[in-house]
Ligand binder design. Structure first.
Ligand code: FMN
Length: 186
């Protein structure tokens, strides 16, 4: 392969599009987030990288709880809106219908088929962004999106983010932890 250097940048090939929710001054606020992933298996943890200036950050620091909501393709307009405007200037509390779960202070965006309730485990200051690691207290999932009791990507229809563009999920190409069994010995 003919490789060239393209310079250091916060690059990852594909990312999810999630909605991070937090109560700021007693009101739900939602923001779009692409820098999100799993942080730990036991105990279960997820993490999001948030610019310290985000309004949502104030709510996470205030309550030490937040939600990670997984929108489906049907919510792409609402999701993008939550990334275009800040709660500092625009009230985003009505973009989604809010419910509360176990933690009481992590607003759950009801229209999103999956809601992950998080209790702040720790935050790591990285520079412009702070990595918020949340212990998963509960996951709320729309019944019709489950297969064998777990959220099914084909039913959730999550939004993939890459190159400032939203994509749907593509077709399955192989089973993980299985395809490699065909690797020919060299
Ligand atoms: C698709 C998309 C992904 C985004 N990902 C992030 C992210 O990972 N971290 C972040 O700090 N901001 C991210 N943003 C920007 C925030 O969503 C945006 O600044 C938002 O207005 C913040 O809202 P708030 O000030 O009400 O918290 C993203 C925006 C979009 C549209």
């Amino acid at each position: 392969m003919a490789k060239v250097t393209v310079g250091p940048m916060p690059y990852m090939n594909v990312m999810p599009t999630v909605i991070v929710g937090a109560n700021v001054k007693g009101k739900p606020n939602y923001m779009a987030v692409a820098w999100a992933t799993v942080a730990c298996m036991a105990p279960p943890m997820v993490c999001v990288a948030l610019n310290k200036e985000r309004y949502t950050v104030q709510g996470i620091e205030e309550n030490r709880t937040f939600s990670v909501n997984i929108p489906s393709a049907a919510q792409v307009v609402e999701a993008d809106h939550c990334g275009l405007v800040s709660g500092k200037k625009t009230d985003k509390s009505k973009v989604f219908s809010t419910r509360y779960g176990k933690l009481k202070t992590a607003p759950l965006a009801d229209e999103c088929p999956v809601n992950i309730e998080c209790k702040l485990f720790t935050a790591v200051d990285c520079g412009s962004h702070r990595l918020y690691i949340g212990e998963v207290a509960e996951i709320h999932a729309e019944k019709s999106c489950l297969t064998d009791g777990k959220p099914d990507i084909a039913k959730v229809q999550p939004i993939v983010y890459a190159q400032a563009t939203y994509y749907g999920v593509g077709k399955e190409i192989a089973k993980a932890f299985s395809a490699g069994k065909k690797y020919p010995e060299k």
